[in-house]
Design a protein around this ligand. Structure first.
Ligand code: NAD
Length: 339
């Protein structure tokens, strides 16, 4: 199959090469997919994309005109793809439905520990030979209540780790049954009102856009720690900024940001006009921002590459398959609600 893969980082190449074994003719390019770069897909059967590529209706129509029949994303999340536009053009979609949930779960817990124990400030002080303990007081995780919103692959892995620390773990997920030892289901409002740490592990869709907003923040404990390694759009960042200012939020750890497209994964140090909201957030010592890197482990990258190649293999094996979703778990149900 002839393929062009967009937004390819140097570190991904060896994983893709190992997975592909020269089966597919893949052109790797570092540029993101956009209206301008769609022309690289001319003569290709498939394009491979990532979370911050532009897979809007406009770009999909352009890809269809160029003869593209398949789009595979190297991510769990599919909120960046206009699925209805793809269906209209009869373009098949696939994602990586599950890969090393531990990679994201461990990053989430690392953020909680770094925030709670002020590790970044402490390290900075020590590097200046300032070994005083002022401002470095943390709290024990043992005995604290951790509220997990979204109990899928990653939410379950996060629950296991926090349980291991001796936390009380409560979970809100309207679509999943909670049957993990030591984990209790909770109503949404109850979780917000009783959790010391709230961690988001739900996908972004129309229904939960800005799930964390002025109203839901009001229900939380004063000084709560809020963690988001899922999708930026789950949080109303303006409202969160106000909650940081008022002290409602005591700690914020985000690996994703609602305006990260065109910003994360790139060097913007010398921009004169930096994103003002993100700049303001980062003036707070109790805010930890990482650039959508929770997936970035050796194990996760190999699994992403393996599943992406498997998706291409499946398409190659039967290009006429109609109900791809039922036959291969990696296939996205294109009839899911549009985002
Ligand atoms: P998953 O599909 O296995 O689980 C998601 C769970 O959320 C499901 O159980 C679903 O029932 C639940 N859910 C849906 N809507 C909900 C709502 N409104 N409230 C509560 N629960 C809800 O997905 P996953 O693999 O666990 O991924 C979770 C999130 O992590 C996704 O947003 C994904 O895009 C993101 N992610 C981020 C990174 C990263 O590098 N930061 C990497 C992988 C995945």
């Amino acid at each position: 199959m002839k393929v062009v893969a967009y937004s390819i980082k140097e570190f991904e190449k060896e994983f893709l090469a190992r997975a592909n074994q020269k089966k597919h003719d893949i052109t790797l390019i570092s540029n993101p997919l956009s209206a301008e770069t769609a022309s690289y897909a001319e003569g290709k059967d498939a394009v491979v994309v990532f979370t911050n590529d532009d897979v809007s209706a406009y770009v999909i129509n352009r890809l269809a005109d160029l003869g593209v029949k398949y789009i595979a994303t190297r991510s769990v999340g599919t909120d960046h793809i206009d699925k209805e536009a793809a269906e209209r053009k009869n373009i098949k979609l696939a994602n990586v439905p599950e890969y090393s949930p531990q990679a994201i779960a461990e990053h989430t817990v690392a953020m909680a520990l770094a925030l709670n124990r002020h590790l970044l400030e402490s390290n900075e002080h020590c590097h200046r030979f300032d070994f005083r303990l002022n401002g470095l007081m943390g709290f024990n995780l043992a005995g604290k209540t951790v509220g997990i919103i979204g109990f899928g692959h990653i939410g379950q892995a996060v629950a296991s780790i926090f349980s291991g620390f001796g936390c009380r773990v409560i979970v809100y997920d309207p679509f999943s049954t909670v049957n993990q030892p030591g984990v209790e289901p909770a109503a949404f409002d109850e979780l917000l009102a009783t959790s010391d740490i709230i961690s988001l592990h739900a996908p972004l869709c129309v229904e939960n856009f800005h799930l964390i907003n002025e109203d839901t923040l009001r229900l939380m404990k004063n000084g709560v720690m809020l963690l988001n390694t899922s999708r930026g759009g789950l949080i109303d960042t303006e409202a969160v900024l106000q909650a940081l200012e008022s002290g409602k939020i005591g700690y914020l750890g985000i690996d994703v940001y609602e305006k990260e497209k065109g910003l994360f994964f790139e060097q913007h140090q010398h921009d004169t006009d930096k994103d003002p909201l993100l700049e303001k957030l980062m003036t707070y010592k109790n805010v930890l921002v990482t650039p959508h890197q929770a997936f970035l482990t050796n194990e996760a990258l190999q699994q992403i590459a393996n599943q992406t190649i498997k998706n291409l293999d499946n398409w190659q094996a039967d290009k006429r398959r109609v109900d791809a979703f039922q036959q291969h778990p990696g296939m996205i149900n294109q009839r899911a609600p549009a985002l």
